[in-house]
Design a protein around this ligand. Sequence first.
Ligand SMILES: [Zn+2]
Length: 497
Amino acid sequence: MSEASFGYEPPPPSPPRDSAIALLWRDAPGGREVFWLQRGQQLAFAGGMYAFPGGKLDPADATVPVRGATGPEAALIACAARELFEEAGILAARGRISAAERARLRDALVAGTLPFARLLADHGLSLDARDFLPAGRWITPPFLPAGFDARLFLVEAPAEQEARALPGECAEGAFIRPREALARWSSGRALLHPPTHNALEALALPTLPEALDRLRRPRFVRELVAERIEFQEGIVLVPLRTPTLPPATHTNCYVAGLAETVIVDPGSDEPTELQQLVAMVRALEAEGRRPVAVLATHHHQDHVGGVRAAARALGLPVWAHALTAEKAGLDCGRLLSDGEELGLPGFPLVALHTPGHTRGHLALHHPPSGAVLAGDLVSSLSTIVIDPPEGNMADYLASLRRLLALPVATIFPAHGAPIVDGPGKLREYLQHRAAREAQILAAVRAGAESLAAVVASAYADTPPFLHPIAERSALAHLEKLAGEGSIARAGERFLAA
Ligand SMILES: [Zn+2]
């Protein structure tokens, strides 16, 4: 459940935006290499993830002539060429130009003072479709907030040019052998979207024709949308459409583990959603990942909705915290308590009792990589609702602080995309709550006595239609302040202490 959304119908999702991605490769002494970069943590889409140079189609891309291509195909090639030049400093154009001039032109292009079409024309440079081999097309799955319809192009790095990542937008950019990149993915040090992962596997194949075939005919894709979403090895995300609160529309069910897996938060019992989940678990099983249990992080319907049905369909026991089992009326084969290791071979997961959103809330920590399956402790879409008496603000903040003290890297929330900078997000949450609490304390000290008066004052920045849900969180803060003796409570009235 999310605070910034109560009683609010989100606008229908906008159609995916056309975009192009350049797979820049070269033959190096140690074998084939590909240029990748880590997207800046601050970027809204795939922040902190590793990717290839690329971006949205610009209307002006259609004005760039491309020899051997016309219409939308030409515009997409121009887009790939422009993004490659901006983000990697590689100008995949025919014609001659000095390195110094190229650097100057890139700066002008990035600064927006020189359109790409004029840049090429002024220097007798031209794009040629033969330098941009079509290498697949992918559409972002609908559970992610930003949608792209991405065309990939394979581009051989010109021998005389040196690639350099654009400072600011990218944290890191370098040529890397595909096997080395995949090893970083396996250990959780480089998160990959499915198109990036497929491209690295393709480019690791011995010959270029094999690579192109794999790029154009990827595995685990239906109607251009990835079915296998494994941002980090051992954590497969199956987005299930659930009756959750907007802006979320899906609950992320995770199939976690390598030789053995647990299915975390199957939140939907809709037959189509369940079918999709069971098919994924069976496909993984056929690859040697045997499912051993269905696990619920907490008792909310968008997390346990499909627990019984999934357990029945797969013939598996249910695991949960005792308080969750009791609340949801689950017949559990195993009750998990704080600090308990799940026991999946080669993929240690530790159950952390993290109350606050609910009393029985569990998060799962993977110490080797720092990954956390966070349930509703954190969301990348909004803040988390703390709704007393089940919700408890003091417990919630203690749970956030406890996670922050652990070796945490990526947080995999139940709603929204993974958060690569987990500690940064936890600090942001703690600061947000501290600021809100200060406003609430100030409101009480200024004479606001009723819950409604406190909300009207402390949540003046929140639209009134969200005030009913803000009241729940405000009450949680007030209970915490009263518990600490910072304010006094007299029935329904709150008074300065
Ligand atoms: Zn919840």
